[in-house]
Design a protein around this ligand. Structure first.
Ligand SMILES: NC(=O)c1ccc[n+]([C@@H]2O[C@H](COP(=O)([O-])OP(=O)(O)OC[C@H]3O[C@@H](n4cnc5c(N)ncnc54)[C@H](OP(=O)(O)O)[C@@H]3O)[C@@H](O)[C@H]2O)c1
Length: 337
């Protein structure tokens, strides 16, 4: 457990001083998700009451660890509702927490573990209007950052001036920050396209949320460029959906797993904290999101703040990176459980 308060960073031109660790709710807002080892950690109880209690336990553990940044999304099942009920019963957290959410993906899993499809994507202006009303109804007053969920070149949202106008209006009318999250092997290209989006001469995006981790660092250069232009940088999937907590038993991963275990041991920490420390040690990263599903994982993850990252650890990164295409192909094979 970190003794000193969690270090803070300025989230780009938003000027917001945010904690360098955030807690994401993708794993606790709905019964199923893709992270490795879920079955062991969550057991069979996945009804709404059980998941709400789990989400509150994770949020409380994050709060106790000094984390004051929360990331939700419309598609994370009832995550926004669970966050709303948590904030209503913890007035200090309601004042001190920086709350972000996302639109563009919709939860369609019917609260079933075995749903054929759990989420669908639409980045049209009608979806934005409807989902913002839904978010506003659940956590509206608390949301400070509203992000397009997994913008890609293919989704067309970066060419959609109607959406851009409405997002710019949300910033003016409701004083919300505007961001986007990325996904897939073309994150860098997508980010460079997003940085060029302007509404009446003003850059549209205040922040970017992207997958960066020691297996998939390819978006790093583009994130550094964005950060240099005043865009706040938020890292997601820093544990590669649990693979970097060494839950991946794929023989092809064994060599990398052994190197991570050795480096973590050398630094006197755990594999998950090692991987999170790698993300925290990037100078162009403001916030690293934890995807913990249990309070114990939150505490283990938060120890990343204590890791004394050094040259040898930095040197090991070159031997850990995977081909981006291979990384995302492996991710797309992760099953919902
Ligand atoms: N497109 C997007 O915008 C997008 C996509 C993904 C994530 N995100 C955001 O980023 C956040 C984090 O990403 P993520 O949850 O997808 O992935 P992640 O951080 O890469 O992985 C988190 C998972 O790692 C496992 N884990 C963590 N600590 C562990 C420990 N000490 N021991 C063993 N296993 C451990 C847990 O898996 P189990 O749950 O199986 O225990 C946990 O759910 C999300 O909550 C969300 O807010 C955004």
């Amino acid at each position: 457990m970190p003794n000193a308060p969690i270090p803070r960073a300025t989230l780009g031109r938003t000027g917001e001083r945010v904690t360098r660790l955030g807690i994401g709710l993708a794993a606790v807002g709905r019964p199923a998700y893709i992270n490795l080892g879920r079955g062991d950690d969550l057991g069979v109880e996945r009804d709404r009451a059980a998941m709400e209690a789990r989400a509150h336990a994770v949020l409380d553990a994050a709060w106790d660890a000094g984390i004051r940044y929360v990331d939700a999304a419309r598609s994370y099942g009832d995550a926004e509702a669970f966050l709303g009920s948590w904030l209503r019963t913890r007035p200090t957290a309601a004042v001190e927490s920086f709350v972000a959410s996302k639109w563009g993906y919709e939860y369609v899993g019917g609260w079933r573990l075995d749903a054929a499809i759990h989420e669908t994507k639409d980045h049209g202006v009608e979806t934005f209007r409807r989902q913002w009303e839904e978010t506003r109804g659940l956590i509206g007053d608390h949301v400070e950052l509203y992000q397009i969920h997994s913008a890609t070149l293919e989704s067309g949202v970066l060419e959609d001036s109607d959406v851009h106008e409405e997002l710019a209006q949300l910033r003016v009318d409701a004083h919300k920050r505007i961001g986007l999250s990325l996904s897939g092997p073309r994150q860098a290209e997508t980010l460079r396209r997003a940085l060029a989006v302007r509404v009446r001469g003003t850059p549209l995006f205040d922040t970017v949320q992207a997958t960066w981790n020691v297996l998939e660092p390819s978006v790093g250069r583009a994130l550094a460029e964005a950060h240099a232009t005043g865009v706040g940088v938020i890292v997601k999937e820093a544990l590669a959906n649990g693979r970097l907590a060494l839950r991946d038993d794929d023989p092809a991963f064994a060599g990398r797993a052994a190197l991570i275990a050795a480096e973590a041991a050398r630094l006197g920490t755990t594999p998950d904290a090692f991987a999170l420390a790698a993300a925290l040690s990037r100078p162009w990263v403001d916030v690293v999101l934890l995807g913990a599903a249990t309070p114990a994982q939150v505490r283990s993850n938060a120890a990343a703040l204590e890791v004394a990252w050094d040259g040898a650890a930095e040197g090991a990164l070159a031997r850990l990176a995977e081909e981006p295409e291979a990384y995302w192909a492996r991710r797309s094979r992760l099953s919902w459980s």
